[in-house]
Design a protein around this ligand. Structure first.
Ligand SMILES: [Zn+2]
Ligand SMILES: [Zn+2]
Length: 585
């Protein structure tokens, strides 16, 4: 059932939603007393939420799939029919489907559509495949709990997830990707590699960066800060709590309220934990009268923000309650829009490429010119900003998809999605125009003609959130960070305890030359030490035996298995630099 979509769904969504109907039929046949609720198509698949006396387990999925296969082979047509709301109410009440009756209450119009195939009927807007025979390549994936209408005050339902594709090849490729993703799960690797944790005692969605994860973060931040300075940004720091009235001026207490932590009261004044960095940067802009000659003014902050997410939806590093944005706000003149947008995109490409991402998808979200009342800013502002973004993308030769009506109410934006090592797309970079905040805060600059003008404002984040980007990086590299980013670049392993002091000396001299080196001079066998360092995905293993000690050398082996033999300690950095190329730093 899908009463929400207003436009015709894509063919693959129709297929997936049809598959959800077939699954619902199979489930109702196999598990009597099961009530149906909703079953939409989602990204890569579909689900259906059931209220059932039976507790579904993963073992039930094969049984349901088997029945589904029989149903689809029956070549049943999906037929649409309409009932008046009254008729539909009677129909669903007779069938003892209370959720359908409840859904019906919320629907507008005198008639409602239904879809039926074989013995199954659903209250549903469609669309659907023509025939069950179109559904051949599907798989049920998992079972999860879900509250009716996403509200924890409502009853807990059971959700069965599945996926469906046009061809077997696509289904197989997707299932392989899922398997691969499971192996790379950043929550699992984060624990195995001791990178970060989330602690029950502290609360959900709050990240603890352990020493090794913290080191990776420092390297990421160092790269970014150097690049920001090189590209003409100023680094700023702003408070984590600011008076609530500031968020009233910005409008966040209105349109953003449900994403914010509750205010804190101190000395009879309410303060707000910041969900965004924008107002802080605006106050810095406003701290002086700006001249047109100072623009563009680019203020950047690795700004930690706190947002309310339901405890049930937080997920590892990907969806959290506290995170640090690589945020910047650019205040500029209208004649600078194009060059600033181009510079942002160039920066984004550099920031993603450095971390091993070569493939991108770009989307341009524009307003819906038919409903100008829904947006802040004048039509000419929108036209100018959109024109500048389109010109920029065209000039850079970047293909993009235009998403009409997808812009935020305050301005058009460019989104960059990257494609990771196993083909998944992640939304990261956003370059967002804002016609709203400069007006709300009364921002000004003195133009060349001595007149006060309003600057344009651009919000931009490249990685988005450092936590989330780190999670994506862990999965992209499957925990095997390139040499320049690895928290431990080299592990020195001793063959026996007599070599411990030599190993420590060698490590010390390599550390002095900037390498991140650890020593394992414990009592384990060399085999065990190698296994352990391999599991830790250390890029370079260095074995020390008697011969290496005598020659003041280490026997090196790269993570990929390449044996470099014994190399004199003094020559190791140069040798690695030569071998590793762009992975060196
Ligand atoms: Zn349907
Ligand atoms: Zn912002």
């Amino acid at each position: 059932m899908s009463q929400i979509q207003s436009s015709e769904p894509a063919p693959l969504d129709k297929l997936r939603h049809s598959c959800a109907h077939v699954m619902a039929q199979a489930v109702q046949e196999l598990f009597s007393g099961t009530k149906i609720t909703i079953g939409p198509a989602i990204e890569n698949g579909f689900y259906y939420d059931f209220d059932s006396p039976h507790r579904f387990s993963v073992d039930d999925l094969a049984k349901i799939e088997k029945r589904m296969l029989e149903i689809v082979k029956g070549n049943h047509e999906f037929k649409r029919f309409e009932l008046t709301k009254e008729e539909s109410r009677t129909y669903w009440a007779q069938r003892q489907e209370p959720y359908k009756v409840e859904i019906l209450e919320g629907l507008e119009g005198p008639v409602v559509s239904h879809y039926t195939h074989d013995t199954f009927t659903d209250l549903c807007r469609g669309g659907h495949s023509e025939n069950t025979r179109d559904i051949r390549h599907f798989k049920l994936l998992s079972v999860a709990g879900a509250y009716w209408r996403g509200d924890e005050k409502n009853s807990m339902l059971q959700r069965i997830y599945g996926t469906a594709w046009f061809s077997k090849a696509e289904l197989d490729a997707y299932l392989t990707q899922l398997e691969e993703a499971k192996k790379r799960d950043h929550r699992k690797l984060g624990q195995e590699l001791d990178l970060f944790s989330i602690q029950d005692e502290a609360g959900p969605g709050l990240i603890f960066w352990h020493p090794k994860g913290g080191l990776v973060r420092k390297i990421m931040e160092d790269w970014l800060r150097a690049e920001l300075l090189r590209r003409g940004y100023h680094l700023v720091f702003t408070p984590h709590v600011m008076q609530l009235k500031l968020w009233e001026t910005s409008g966040h207490t209105g349109f953003y309220a449900e994403n914010m932590f509750s205010p804190i009261e101190i000395e009879k004044t309410k303060y707000q934990l910041k969900p965004m960095n924008c107002p802080g940067h605006i106050l810095i802009y406003k701290s002086a009268l700006r001249s047109y000659r100072e623009l563009p003014l680019r203020l950047a902050e690795l700004g930690t923000v706190y947002r309310y997410e339901k405890s049930g939806v937080v997920h590892g590093l990907l969806r959290v309650r506290g995170f640090t944005q690589d945020d910047a706000h650019i205040f500029c003149r209208p004649d600078q829009i194009e060059s600033e947008a181009a510079a942002c995109i160039d920066f984004a490409k550099a920031a993603l490429k450095k971390f091993g991402f070569e493939k991108f998808k770009v989307e341009l979200s524009t307003w819906d010119p038919l409903t100008p009342k829904n947006y802040a800013g004048a039509a000419q502002d929108w036209a100018r900003a959109e024109g500048a973004l389109v010109n920029t993308l065209n000039r850079l030769g970047i293909p993009f998809v235009r998403m009409v009506g997808e812009a935020a109410f305050y301005g058009p934006k460019i989104d960059v999605k990257l494609v990771d090592a196993i083909g998944r797309a992640w939304q990261l970079t956003t370059v967002q125009f804002d016609f709203n905040l400069p007006q709300r805060f009364g921002l000004e600059y003195v133009g060349a003609d001595g007149q006060r003008q309003q600057p344009l404002m651009v919000h931009r984040a490249l990685w988005g959130s450092i936590e989330r980007f780190f999670g994506i990086l862990i999965e992209h590299y499957a925990g095997a960070f390139p040499f320049w980013l690895a928290p431990v670049q080299m592990k020195i392993l001793t063959i026996n305890s007599e070599l411990a002091s030599y190993a420590q000396e060698a490590a010390h001299s390599l550390k002095e030359r900037g390498l991140r080196v650890e020593v394992n001079d414990g009592a384990d066998t060399l085999g065990a030490k190698i296994r352990n360092a391999t599991l830790q995905k250390v890029p370079v293993l260095a074995v020390v035996g008697k011969r290496e000690k005598e020659a003041l050398s280490l026997a090196l082996r790269l993570r990929g298995g390449q044996d470099l033999g014994a190399i004199k300690n003094s020559e190791i950095p140069a040798k690695l630099q030569e071998l590793l190329g762009s992975d060196w730093n």
